[in-house]
Every structure is written in structure tokens, then in C-alpha cells.
Design a protein around this ligand. Structure first.
Ligand SMILES: Nc1ncnc2c1ncn2[C@@H]1O[C@H](COP(=O)(O)OP(=O)(O)OP(=O)(O)O)[C@@H](O)[C@H]1O
Length: 333
């Protein structure tokens, strides 16, 4: 478990992390999201004792990181894949880490196998591709068989097989009862991987909530109808007081919370043929943009920047439904 209490970080006069309080729990994958420059990496560095909070504190399983004995056995982290010694082989990089953290050397071969780098174990990382470097960084994070795994943008540079692998790995680690905390800008990937989300904007907590709840709260769902008789459907919907938008080709979008069942029954009642009747689920990406729109420091033009529908949230969304995932025990290596 990772606990942050009132964590603030200032660089000069700039407040980069602003009074963050949240807990990252074991047994699930927690996604850490925020626009560019929101303070994610700074927060992760403070969790790992690489940066000191200006105020507030971070506890790892109840202790500051600096007090952990053999920290790699408690927390494995990938922050910067390029942090490896480029002139030392992949094996030697991991061997040094193992020796300095009291980790059995047999783990080096195990993690190299796990990340698929056994064949290049004797090669130097300076010749590695971005994806191979990421895999080596992930191997280092797993080396101490830690209870807590923290990964900053782990899918960076990974090929589709690698992305699938890291997703499966994170889910497995969480199912084993470990704490998995991961940042990513790849929303589609995060939607498939994370159970819980912590979202920050300009250093402030915007949401600490379950994935489904986050999407439901920050986006509007709708129902799409398609008919060869749009005039008839338009009149029926208007008479029923249902607001719909039309695209001019017989496709209607109803976003006023009328359930699909009611729309289907109305169409049937008036003998209007429907070629489509489908509830539209908003994506994590849409919900994320809606929530963080005003908190984004670096924004693109109007083509991609969407207006925030309900204003900048005054208080973060903080709900944490009970996890149904059973905690499993695991044996130390
Ligand atoms: N050592 C530093 N000195 C001064 N400013 C810093 C330092 N480190 C980070 N910052 C600033 O803090 C802010 C947050 O940076 P950080 O890298 O934590 O954001 P991030 O959410 O990880 O961004 P990204 O998604 O782009 O990686 C940025 O404005 C950055 O310029």
C-alpha cells in the first residue's frame, strides 16, 4: 500500500504537486492519469524518495521509502528506462542491482526470461531499441519480487505483443495481491488494464475512483437509432418529449437518459422500422478529456480540445468501491 498525505512539491514559486492525499491499495491495478506536466512523474519520484516533498509525506507499507531495508524487495519501479548503465550488459546491470539489494542472483535469469530478454542478456543496453530498454527497466522493477510495482509509462515503445504482455503481467501481479501503480497516456490501454484511477491536473487531485464510475460520471452515455423513416421517428420522439440530434441520414442520437428499451418500444408502437438501436458507451479518453480539459497546461487547438461540460470540479471524486478480487498469498523467493 502507498499512502500520500498532503503532499506538495514546489520548484521555486511553481507549485507542481498541490496537497495530494490518496492511497494506492493492494490487489488491483491503479492507473495514474493526468495531462502533460500534471505532476505524475514528480509524484512518483517523491513516492520513491528521489524527490523530497516540500510538505506532506508518503508512506510505503507504513514507512518512508528511505527507511525500507533492501528497498527493491518492497518496491519495484520503472521511471526512466534509460537509467540503466549503457556500457554494462543487461545481465550485469541486473546483477549489480541484485547484489546491492540482497536479492538472490537466480532472480536475474528469471526476470530476464520473464521480460523476453534472455537472448540479449550479455548485450549492452545502449544498443537496445526503446521497447527492449523498457523491458529491461521492467525486469529491474520485478527483480526483488516486490509487493509494490510502480511503472511510469511502461508501454512506451512496446510492440503490440509487448503491450499485451505488460497488460497481462500487471493484472497478474494485482491478482497475486500486490499493489500496482501505473501511469500512461494511452487511454485505451489503461481502460483495459486499470481497475481504479487516480487523476491529477496541475498537481491537484481530480479523481480517485473506480474505472466504470469515472467514465459514467465524466461522460454522457447516449442511444443511437437508425431508421429509413426519419420524419416519422422525429415526430414520435418530439411528441414523447425526447430530445434527439440527427445527422441527416436517418441516424438519431438520444442523450437525455431515455433507456434504449423505451426507445425500441416507442418505435414498435408506431411501426417505425429500426436498423440500429444501440446504447453508446463513452470511452475513458472522452471522460478523461472532459474532466481534465481545464486542468491541461499544454493544449492543442479546437480540433482536439473539448469544452468541459460541467465546469472544473470543485472537489475531487473520491470513491472506492470494495474490491471483489480475492487476495492471494504468495511465497517469497
Ligand atoms: N526538477 C525540476 N525543476 C523545476 N521544474 C520541474 C522539475 N521537475 C519537474 N518540473 C516541472 O513540474 C511539472 C510537472 O512535471 P512532471 O514531469 O511531474 O509531469 P508529468 O505529469 O509526469 O508530465 P508528462 O505527462 O508530460 O510526463 C512540469 O511543469 C515540469 O516542468
Amino acid at each position: 500500500m502507498i499512502e500520500l498525505a498532503g503532499v506538495t512539491k514546489r520548484y521555486g514559486r511553481k507549485v507542481v504537486v498541490d496537497d495530494l492525499t490518496f492511497t494506492v491499495r493492494a490487489g488491483c491495478v491503479t492507473g495514474f492519469l493526468g495531462p502533460n506536466g500534471a505532476g505524475k512523474s514528480t509524484t512518483m519520484r517523491m513516492m520513491l524518495g528521489l524527490d523530497r516533498p516540500t510538505s506532506g509525506h508518503v508512506l510505503i507499507d507504513g514507512q518512508p521509502y528511505a527507511r525500507l531495508k533492501d528497498p527493491l524487495r518492497h518496491v519495484g519501479a520503472l521511471l526512466d528506462a534509460k537509467a540503466m548503465h549503457g556500457g554494462r550488459s543487461a545481465y550485469d546491470n541486473l546483477r549489480c542491482l541484485a547484489l546491492s539489494n540482497g536479492i538472490p542472483l537466480g532472480r536475474v535469469d528469471e526476470v530476464l526470461e520473464e521480460v523476453g530478454l534472455t537472448a540479449v542478456a550479455r548485450k549492452r543496453p545502449k544498443g537496445f531499441s526503446l521497447g527492449m530498454g523498457q523491458r529491461l527497466g521492467i525486469a529491474a522493477a520485478l527483480l526483488g519480487d516486490p509487493e509494490i510495482v510502480m511503472l511510469d509509462e511502461p508501454v512506451n515503445g512496446l510492440d503490440p505483443e509487448g503491450i499485451h504482455w505488460i497488460r497481462t503481467l500487471m493484472k497478474r501481479l494485482a491478482a497475486e495481491g500486490r499493489t500496482v501503480f501505473v501511469s500512461s497516456h494511452l487511454m485505451s490501454e489503461m481502460a483495459l488494464t486499470a481497475d481504479h484511477l487516480v487523476v491529477i491536473g496541475r498537481g491537484r487531485l481530480l479523481a480517485d475512483t473506480g474505472m466504470r464510475e469515472f467514465i459514467d460520471r465524466n461522460s454522457r452515455s447516449s442511444v443511437r437509432l437508425r431508421t429509413p423513416e426519419p420524419e416519422k421517428l422525429r415526430d414520435v420522439l418530439a411528441a414523447a418529449g425526447i430530445t434527439a440530434t440527427e445527422d441527416g441520414t436517418g441516424t438519431f442520437e438520444v442523450a437525455d437518459d431515455t433507456p434504449a428499451e423505451r426507445l425500441g418500444e416507442l418505435a414498435l408502437e408506431h411501426r417505425i422500422p429500426l436498423h440500429e438501436l444501440s446504447p453508446q458507451q463513452a470511452s475513458l479518453e472522452e471522460a478523461f478529456i472532459a474532466l481534465t480539459g481545464e486542468a491541461a497546461e499544454y493544449r492543442t487547438g479546437p480540433l482536439t480540445a473539448k469544452p468541459v461540460p460541467s465546469g472544473y470540479p470543485a472537489a475531487p471524486e473520491t470513491t472506492r468501491p470494495e474490491t471483489t478480487r480475492p487476495e492471494t498469498t504468495r511465497t517469497e523467493s
